[in-house]
Design a protein around this ligand. Structure first.
Ligand code: PGA
Length: 230
């Protein structure tokens, strides 16, 4: 699975060009997360919201609800991205509410978790991931959840953990899921995935796909990344 997270990028004309560039790819595992305002253009592709609120409707100026996404034909939604956590004050509890709201509307959730640089340097990666997982997934049905392991320090930085570090993090995530929720879930890696490192990252056995940000801004590059994982 490759998810292109376009973040707050691209004008409407650039999005039209983007759609033209990806039009031949018809694969349920090639997914684009554009800004909300462009989601309606992505019929015929598998699309993903970059966020959503937890309520279905009401006086919440500026928010987009999971019900609205579902009605638009959107398939997935990213919840808990580190930019939401760090820049918009989203706590584990808020993220938990958002996951519940999205699942209640039959959206598939890309649940992002990750360690900060400080946690990484203090060897607290696993405890940080565990806390995020346990609060985020408390009492929720796990069928429609995909975990995205994204170290905060790797996002947009050009820094990438070693394959061994990613493999260890993914197996710890599965262990936590198994012990506390008696399930296993697909796990994606995200953080500075690009054309140069995708082949190496793609050899990690317990990683099921990639969440690509910066390198997804150009459709041609995202397509090349996708092709290298086939
Ligand atoms: P990046 O972003 O590829 O630019 O590191 C990944 C993400 O934010 O999901």
């Amino acid at each position: 699975m490759i998810i292109g997270n376009l973040k707050m990028n691209l004008s409407i004309t650039e999005i039209d060009q983007y759609l033209d560039d990806i039009k031949e790819i018809k694969d349920d595992n090639f997914i684009i997360a554009p800004s909300f305002i462009y989601l309606n253009k992505f019929h015929g592709h598998v699309s993903c919201g970059q966020n959503c609120f937890y309520q279905n409707e009401g006086a919440y100026t500026g928010e987009v609800s999971p019900k609205q996404l579902k009605a638009l034909g959107v398939d997935y939604v990213i919840i808990g991205h580190s930019e939401r956590r760090q820049l918009f004050g989203e706590t584990n509890e808020i993220i938990h509410q958002k996951i519940k709201g999205a699942l209640a509307n039959n959206l598939k959730v890309i649940f992002c978790i990750g360690d900060t640089l400080e946690e990484y340097q203090n060897k607290q990666t696993i405890s940080a991931l565990k806390k995020q997982l346990l609060i985020g997934l408390k009492d929720v049905e796990k069928n429609n959840i995909i975990i995205a392991y994204e170290p905060v320090w790797a996002i947009g930085s050009g820094l990438v953990p070693t394959n061994q570090e990613i493999m260890t993090a993914a197996s710890c995530i599965q262990k936590i899921l198994h012990t506390d929720a008696n399930c296993t879930l697909p796990i994606l890696y995200g953080g500075s995935v690009n054309l140069e490192n995708i082949e190496k990252l793609n050899t990690i056995d317990n990683i099921d796909g990639f969440l690509v940000g910066t390198a997804a801004k150009e459709a041609k590059i995202l397509k090349e990344i996708y092709n290298k994982t086939r």
